[in-house]
Every structure is written in structure tokens, then in C-alpha cells.
Design a protein around this ligand. Structure first.
Ligand SMILES: NC(=O)c1ccc[n+]([C@@H]2O[C@H](COP(=O)([O-])OP(=O)(O)OC[C@H]3O[C@@H](n4cnc5c(N)ncnc54)[C@H](OP(=O)(O)O)[C@@H]3O)[C@@H](O)[C@H]2O)c1
Length: 288
């Protein structure tokens, strides 16, 4: 039951109507009997300052931030967690007694999803395709966990700048390459984990894949961040050759689980959150 003591959490973004976060988070609160409720607010780009004043004045306890506010919101916060500072973008805010602290849970969410499948990552080599926002968020976390990280990007300069940033701040064996047939072929040879952090394969280009099927091997894990569709061509190809897979919905749930844990201090019921997301996608006719 919602009472005068119920803690309010929310997601802000534009557009926001299709966000799965309210379903995922409310299912988790309900499952654990926590007195929290989670709603979605459409906040236009130019209204962010007013929305953040509202967060303070209404005492909203936890916030998720999505496009187009992940970078702009930083100037309205009191403190940034190290991860968010490194990445330069925030997706989670905790209102700690009036002090707004910004976090980025994308890296931790991706790491947990990977550890669930791959276990200890210390001996593993990871290959990241893409050097945009999602790649950046994951690279800082992953570089500390794996033996080697290669970042391949269409625009080489972006991969190079990201690899330099990661090496300078968190260290690790991080290399940058221009994305080409040759570099992909060479880098795939001794890779254990592949992450697609590009929109290649996303609706309406569902026939596209960033990695030719013949380069996939059963001893790899393929992680596709794209969640529309959930089973991309890359993941279908990977399953066909017996490769372990992680989809974009899993990433979405794990980063939400990390936000949940920041707000509640309680271990997130990941299975319950995943079921809620799938149920909602079925209701919308997105999956069967
Ligand atoms: N599941 C989740 O929770 C989650 C979270 C975040 C993002 N995502 C997904 O991850 C993907 C990337 O998101 P983002 O926020 O990082 O986007 P972004 O900042 O716009 O970066 C896009 C990246 O993809 C590359 N790229 C774009 N089109 C390409 C193409 N046709 N061929 C090769 N490379 C291409 C870009 O290369 P250039 O630098 O050369 O332009 C850039 O590195 C999106 O599909 C997004 O939906 C999923």
C-alpha cells in the first residue's frame, strides 16, 4: 500500500513511455515488501533544471536518468561517484538526505551479467565493438577485471581516446583499433568475450550483424547490448555455433538491479526483475 512514508523513485527522460524500468523496479519492491514506488516522468531537454529542483523539493529518493539527460544532469548534482566521474555520464541518483549523488551503473550491470556466465574474468580477453556512451560506461569497469581489453571502432580516433582515458585512469591492458575485417579477424582469434556496443542489428536493420558468423566459436561469450530485438542476428548466429550469449535485456535488468541496490541497500531479486521485464514485453507483443 502507498502511504505517507512511501519512498518515491522515478526515471526521467524523453521519450519515456516505453521504459521498462517502472515494471522492473516495482516488481522488485513488491517481491521484497519494500515501501517504495517507482514512476516515469517525461522531462524535456530544456526542462531538466526544473525537474531537478522538483527532485529536491519533493524529496524524490532515487532517480534513473536516461536520454537525453545523462550528461546534462551532472551540473545539477552535489556529488559524483568515481565511476560516474570517469564515464562523464549519470544514470542513477541517490537523494542522500538532500545531497544528490550521481552514479553510473551501466558498467557494474554489464560486469555482473558477464560474471554470471563467465565467472572469474581475470584470465579473459574482451573485445568491445563501439566506443560511444555504452562502450565508455562498460570499458572503465571491465578494464579492471579482464586480462586484456581491445576496443574496435568505426572511427579510430574515438577508440584511441577512450583506450587512453581508461589506461590513464584505471589502468589495464587496453588497446584501440579501427574496426575493419582485418582487425576483427585478428582480434577475434584469442578473444573470450565479445561485446557489441553499437546499434548494428537494431530494428529496423535486423539482418545486420557486427561479426560474421564464421568468426564465432563455441568457447566464447557474446554479449549484445542491443535490446530491440532481444535476440539479434548476432545472438542467433552465436547460439547456432554453440556460443554462450547475453542479451541487451539482461544488461538492462542488471543495471537496474545495481540502481535498486544503491537505493535500498538490499540485494536485488534479479530473477523477479527479469520475469517482470519479459512479462511486460509479452503484454506489449514484443516477444512471444
Ligand atoms: N541494454 C542496455 O541496457 C543498453 C544500454 C546502453 C546502450 N545500449 C545499446 O547499445 C548501443 C550503443 O549505444 P550508445 O549509447 O553507446 O550509442 P552511441 O553513443 O551513439 O555510440 C554508438 C557507437 O556505435 C558505433 N556505430 C554506429 N553505427 C555503426 C555502424 N553502422 N557500424 C559500426 N559502428 C557503428 C559508433 O561508431 P562511431 O564512433 O564511428 O560513430 C559508436 O562507437 C545501442 O544499440 C543502444 O541501444 C543498450
Amino acid at each position: 500500500m502507498i502511504t505517507g512514508r512511501t519512498k518515491l523513485c522515478a526515471v526521467i527522460g524523453d521519450p519515456i513511455e516505453h521504459s521498462l524500468s517502472p515494471c522492473i523496479q516495482n516488481a522488485a519492491f513488491k517481491h521484497l515488501g519494500l515501501d517504495y514506488v517507482y514512476v516515469a516522468f517525461r522531462v524535456r531537454y530544456e526542462d531538466l533544471e526544473w525537474a531537478m529542483r522538483g527532485v529536491r523539493s519533493l524529496g524524490i529518493y532515487g532517480l534513473n536518468v536516461t536520454m537525453p539527460h545523462k550528461i546534462g544532469v551532472i551540473q545539477h548534482l552535489d556529488r559524483l561517484d568515481l565511476e560516474a566521474k570517469l564515464v562523464g555520464a549519470v544514470n542513477t541518483i541517490l537523494n542522500d538526505g538532500g545531497v544528490l549523488v550521481g552514479y553510473n551503473t551501466d558498467g557494474l550491470g554489464a560486469l555482473k551479467a558477464l560474471q554470471e556466465v563467465e565467472g572469474d574474468l581475470r584470465a579473459k580477453k574482451a573485445l568491445m565493438i563501439g566506443a560511444g556512451g555504452a562502450s565508455r560506461a562498460i570499458s572503465f569497469t571491465l578494464a579492471r577485471e579482464v586480462r586484456e581489453l581491445s576496443i574496435l571502432n568505426r572511427t579510430y580516433e574515438r577508440a584511441k581516446a577512450l583506450a587512453e582515458d581508461v589506461r590513464r585512469t584505471v589502468g589495464g591492458d587496453v588497446r584501440a583499433y579501427r574496426l575493419s575485417d582485418e582487425t576483427l579477424r585478428a582480434e577475434m582469434r584469442n578473444t573470450n568475450i565479445i561485446i557489441n556496443a553499437t546499434p548494428v542489428g537494431m530494428h529496423p536493420n535486423e539482418d545486420e550483424t557486427p561479426i560474421p558468423r564464421e568468426l564465432l566459436r563455441p568457447d566464447m561469450t557474446v554479449f549484445d547490448l542491443v535490446y530491440n530485438p532481444i535476440e539479434t542476428r548476432l545472438l542467433k548466429d552465436a547460439k547456432a555455433v554453440g556460443t554462450k550469449t547475453i542479451d541487451g535485456l539482461t544488461m538492462l535488468v542488471y543495471q537496474g538491479a545495481a540502481s535498486f541496490e544503491l537505493w535500498t541497500g538490499v540485494k536485488a531479486p534479479v530473477g523477479v526483475m527479469m520475469d517482470a521485464a519479459k512479462e511486460e514485453l509479452k503484454r506489449r507483443g514484443v516477444i512471444n
